[in-house]
Design a protein around this ligand. Structure first.
Ligand code: MSP
Length: 505
């Protein structure tokens, strides 16, 4: 089994915000889960550099565009690192390997007769990096997303014959009802195709920043015609001397938010067909994470510096909040206070205390030893294993974590109901106490493994505190895998109390 996951490549006109961290963190949870299941995985993220808005920011700063991109790319590279996202490659569209591949890709479309020259005269929103029709604007003539008037562009461009792909796209959607998830996004994309497709410009004449077209060096590739190709180009040069297309195309899964649905669900598969490639396996279109009901973006001024949250609470807590704050797929409102609330009540209390109590009791009542005597597990981990995997298969990341968290709560109830501190008072209950302590260790072991995609720093700490093997494999999410050990000591808090920096933060 092979699983290839991509995030959008982000524009480098500004620094990362929590919305970008959102997609990258969720992507990492999904990939880590598939890795646990023993699949061969590849996780790609990176940056989109050849945008007009990037070029303009560089100009404002008096920098050469490449110099500007090189500087800001450093901060973007840090995003997956700080989120503890285990990426396999970080692509930059200014990579030589990417540029070479894009030229080849566009040439293939050209050779296939799908590209022609025409004059583009129309409106362009630099915020969206997209052409706009009057009908797409607000009554005042503004871009509804950026609330600025689009610019008039009139230039000789090369166009991609997207209109010629309507039938093939409809056939693709008819054959593959799970091509786009969730279903309402599938329907949205299909209706757009049914509504009739317009050819679109794939080049820009008035801008020097970009990849020159192989058949006309006077024009550069339109930023989307360059950027989308990253999902394929990366596979050709990410590993020197290897062509990963054989392994990971077309088993690609693209994660993106609804803002860029058309580019991914309509334009990209058509471009692939034109260049002679198979469309990806699946696209998952998620909603917006709204902070206090506003979309996070530079223009609305409510940017939260994700790295700052990580500095305070750690990557695991931020990842946990991201997975839980809103139901993945839907739009949802979240507040940054939620990070702290979940840290205190769920991570520190529900999970952290469960481990502290369990290890303290084993140390105190059994000198650090557990052994398996009786076996009446309080949680059915076979059912959980299947439930969580099924949810990940449909990208229900929030549901998967909630199912696991119910098991955390169930174990806490079990401690309360069994009251080991009472059992410990009476030698007659010695076997019962052994069984309860074993079940807690066994349950926490299975939970640590199941939680590892969400909490990659915490999971190994739990296994270590319980003296259980460190290995992370999905078949450990079952009952009765904990081995008899001695040497368990009262564990330090998994999520210690955090003193918040003063008001300014
Ligand atoms: N460069 C293009 C993508 C090219 S992919 C071939 C682009 N870049 S972007 O920087 O604007 O990133 C958009 C993506 O960032 C969204 O699709 C989503 O993955 C993520 N998000 C940005 N803000 C977000 C939220 N507020 N909520 C959820 N996701 C967010 O578009």
């Amino acid at each position: 089994m092979r699983f290839y996951l991509t995030t959008p490549i982000y524009y480098v006109n500004s620094t990362p915000h929590i919305g970008h961290a959102y997609t990258t963190a969720i992507g990492d949870m999904i990939v880590r889960h598939h890795k646990l299941r023993g699949e061969e995985t590849f996780f790609l993220t990176g940056v989109d550099e050849h945008a007009t808005k990037v070029w303009r920011v560089a100009q404002e700063q008096g920098l050469d565009a490449q110099e500007y991109a090189d500087q800001i790319a450093v901060q973007w590279r840090e995003l997956p690192v700080r989120l503890n996202a285990e990426i396999d490659f970080f692509i930059r569209t200014s990579d030589e390997g990417h540029k070479r591949f894009v030229r080849d890709f566009l040439q293939r479309m050209y050779d296939n007769g799908d590209i022609y020259e025409d004059v583009y005269a129309g409106l362009y929103c630099v915020g969206c990096e997209a052409f706009k029709t009057e009908a797409e604007l607000t009554p005042d003539g503004l871009c509804p997303d950026h609330l600025v008037p689009p610019e008039w562009i009139e230039e000789k461009n090369y166009f991609f014959r997207l209109s010629a792909y309507q039938d093939r796209l409809l056939a693709l959607y008819a054959e593959r009802p799970d091509f786009v998830r969730p279903a309402f996004r599938f329907n949205e994309a299909r209706s757009f195709i049914e509504g009739g497709l317009q050819d679109f410009s794939i080049s820009r004449a008035g801008q020097p920043w970009g990849i020159p077209l192989p058949w006309d060096e006077g024009q550069v590739a339109y930023v989307w015609a360059d950027a989308l190709v990253n999902y394929l180009s990366a596979l050709t040069y990410a590993r020197e001397g290897e062509d990963l297309r054989d392994t990971f195309w077309p088993v690609a899964h693209h994660l993106l938010a609804k803002d860029i649905l058309r580019f991914h669900c309509v334009f990209w598969p058509a471009m692939l067909l034109s260049a002679g490639y198979e469309p990806p396996q699946q696209l998952f279109v998620h909603g917006y994470l709204l902070l206090d009901d506003k979309k996070i973006s530079k223009s609305s001024g409510n940017i939260i510096e994700p790295l700052q949250l990580i500095d305070i609470y750690g990557a695991d807590a931020v990842r946990f909040w991201i997975a839980r704050a809103v139901s993945f797929g839907q739009d949802g409102s979240a507040s940054v206070d939620g990070v702290r609330e979940r840290y205190d009540t769920e991570l520190a209390n529900d999970l952290g205390n469960l481990l502290s109590r369990t290890t303290a009791m084993i140390s105190q009542y059994r000198g650090g030893t557990i052994k398996r005597v009786q076996f009446e597990p309080p949680v059915d981990f076979d059912a959980l294993r299947e439930d969580v995997a099924a949810r990940f298969d449909v990208f229900d990341v929030t549901g998967a974590l909630e199912a696991i968290w119910q098991a955390v709560r169930r174990l806490n109830q079990y401690v309360g109901a069994e009251a080991p501190w009472q059992l410990a008072k009476d030698e007659q209950h010695a076997d019962r106490l052994d069984a309860v302590l074993y079940n807690l260790v066994d349950g926490l072991t299975a939970l640590a493994v199941a939680l590892s995609p969400f909490l990659p720093e915490t999971a190994p700490k739990i296994l270590a505190a319980l003296c259980q093997p460190a290995e992370l494999t999905w078949d450990r999410v079952r009952n009765g895998t904990a081995i008899d050990v001695d040497g368990i000591e009262a564990a330090p808090p998994l999520f210690p109390r955090i003193e918040l920096p003063t008001a300014a933060a």
